[in-house]
Design a protein around this ligand. Structure first.
Ligand SMILES: NC(=O)c1ccc[n+]([C@@H]2O[C@H](COP(=O)([O-])OP(=O)(O)OC[C@H]3O[C@@H](n4cnc5c(N)ncnc54)[C@H](OP(=O)(O)O)[C@@H]3O)[C@@H](O)[C@H]2O)c1
Length: 290
């Protein structure tokens, strides 16, 4: 089954489902990327902070060789590292990232986190990278309403994507609404709740009705809301199954049941990046864990 695409606000087409490679070594990222491409994935989501761009670059070469596809058939996403934020460091860092990924351009370059006091300057550098054709689209991750509004006020290019934590347990409806108003595509990270959402009994019952797995139902629930998903797995049978979500639909009632599981709790250190009310504030925080 072909993976659906969405059209970003600059006209670029983006697959609605791809593979994530957080918490994988270079070797695992290489294998996972190659397996994903072999099984029909074209969107690969990595980041300098994951330490595996080189592995992804090798996996892309392996995957292209096996499938006969070309670079243009893929949609490669990477992210600006928190430690590289600011205007010149961002411009300098992209060159090494492209080298590691063995490509002249990425399809989507995201700012990994909004580092206070730096994210606007980082964005201006990303606008230059976009103008130079080294990224076909640029966007952000983990931007809440206040920061996204600030970026929209200070930037020239409207972000094409905001990649945020989104799964049945966290919806960030306020961020979603602002993104929709500004034609910013929402992309879900941890779409399976990092695996934690997979043991839910209510979703299991829905899955049984459709002869699908819980993972497939969760991904379908996200896709049906127009969200892009990047489930991570290093196992080929899961990589294959996670993509098999375009041949069934959830009813309105089923969508509501899954939506009602929301607890709106971030799973990781989101509070470290809490909006201080001062975008140039003193509470700069550089986190090197993700
Ligand atoms: N922008 C950001 O700040 C940010 C933050 C976090 C993540 N991300 C991106 O989002 C991607 C996805 O998020 P995530 O990796 O945190 O979590 P996730 O995709 O929600 O869940 C991944 C976990 O679920 C397991 N899994 C996957 N498919 C499964 C299936 N069909 N059945 C059972 N278990 C399954 C995986 O295990 P196995 O690998 O063992 O199969 C892994 O433990 C990341 O890889 C990364 O690319 C971005």
């Amino acid at each position: 089954m072909t993976i659906q695409t969405v059209t970003l606000n600059n006209g670029v087409k983006m697959p609605q489902l791809g593979i994530g490679v957080w918490k994988t070594s270079n070797q695992e990222a290489r294998n996972t990327t190659a397996m994903a491409i072999k099984n029909g994935y074209t969107l690969i989501d990595t980041a300098k902070q994951y330490g595996n761009e080189a592995g992804v670059g090798q996996g892309i070469q392996d995957g292209l060789k096996v499938t006969g596809k070309s670079r243009e058939d893929l949609f490669i996403t990477t992210k600006v590292f928190n430690g590289d934020q600011g205007h010149q460091p961002t411009l300098d860092a992209i060159e090494g990232q492209l080298d590691a990924l063995q490509t002249d351009y990425v399809d989507l370059l995201l700012m990994h986190w909004p580092v206070n006091g730096l994210y606007n300057a980082t964005w201006w550098a990303m606008e230059e990278i976009y103008a130079a054709g080294k990224a076909k689209a640029i966007g952000v991750c983990n931007f809440n309403v206040e920061r996204l509004s600030d970026l929209l006020d200070n930037g020239s290019v409207v972000p094409a994507v905001n990649q945020i934590e989104f799964n049945p347990r966290i919806h960030q409806q306020d961020v979603l609404s602002l993104c929709q108003e500004n034609k910013i595509q929402v992309e879900a990270w941890s779409p399976l709740g990092g695996g934690a959402a997979l043991s839910n009994q209510a979703i299991q019952q829905i899955a049984d009705q459709h002869h699908k797995t819980v993972a497939q139902v969760i991904l379908r629930w996200e896709i049906q809301q127009g969200i892009v998903v990047i489930p991570k797995s290093v196992h080929e049978e899961r990589i294959i199954a996670n993509k098999d979500v375009f041949d069934f639909s959830l009813t309105d009632e089923e969508m509501v049941i899954i939506s009602s599981l929301n607890t709106e709790e971030h799973t990781i250190w989101y509070d470290k990046f809490k909006w201080s009310g001062n975008p140039d504030g003193v509470d700069d925080y550089i986190d090197h864990r993700n």
